[in-house]
Design a protein around this ligand. Sequence first.
Ligand code: NAP
Length: 292
Amino acid sequence: MLFNKVSIIGFGLIGSSLACCIRLHNLAKEIVAVDCDRTVCEKALELGLADSAMVDLRNGVEDSDLVILAVPVGACGAVAETIRYSLKEGAIVTDVGSVKSAVVEAVQPHIPAHAHFIPAHPIAGTENSGPEAGFAELFDGRWCIITPLPETDIQAVEKITKLWEACGSTIEIMDVKRHDLILAITSHLPHLIAYTIVGTATDLEDDTMDDVIKFSASGFRDFTRIAASDPVMWRDVFLNNKEAVLEILQRFNEDITGLQKAIRKGDGDYLESAFTRTRDVRRQVIDAGQGG
Ligand code: NAP
């Protein structure tokens, strides 16, 4: 058993999936579900994923060895500020946020000297939200990126590493800036594109839209899955990873302009060579065991 008492603040997809893993692998004696939504707390108890559940953040973290922030990234700073005086000696605070620089900046100033903050991000998720969306296999065979700060306690990092390894994940240690740039291209830009494509379709006339839905299996449906992701979570991702997303978006705009020109000029060689390069990337993704 890694921990006596674990408090999970934000009992949605990621928080409840972690609770499933902690229960399944017997990683803690006691789990406390903490969520601002009372119905979520009730659901956590009904699903048997927590021993107690509460909306009060301060009470929720009392005596906990591990506090997991699983709220949208924009809420992490305020949550850390609220719980700071209730953290016990030696408590480890970690998060699961999809953005790291902004979360570290918002949370670290509120961590008292007697506690440790270990930022982390599981590279796993679905388009679903809420406690009923969670499942124990979510993190199995996936990466978890840990971005410890230079002054971070090594033993606390080891504990968080063990937690994620027990959930089936492989650990990568990374610098926060690098994390945010890599995720801007692998996750944030694809979500922005999906939201845009599906948004463009919703502006079409009603009869055209009906046919878009009918024939969506030709590619559109894959974007609808991504574009169904939680609006609050993704609002916060874009507001908190502004710099890296705008840099990648600039490159994307240049590349799409190149393709636009090639289509207009009938430059088949340009298009074929661009599409051949991307096919190679798909092979590399499959070879890396990330094909899905
Ligand atoms: P989710 O299913 O929407 O759950 C978030 C929960 O936190 C909700 O129940 C929400 O309640 C609650 N909450 C929000 N603000 C709170 C506050 N100040 N205090 C207490 N509870 C609060 O979200 P999720 O998908 O699990 O995402 C949680 C975190 O994981 C985010 O930081 C996200 O970046 C990260 N993450 C997500 C994925 C993914 O694919 N979903 C993958 C990796 C990492 P309300 O709904 O009432 O606001």
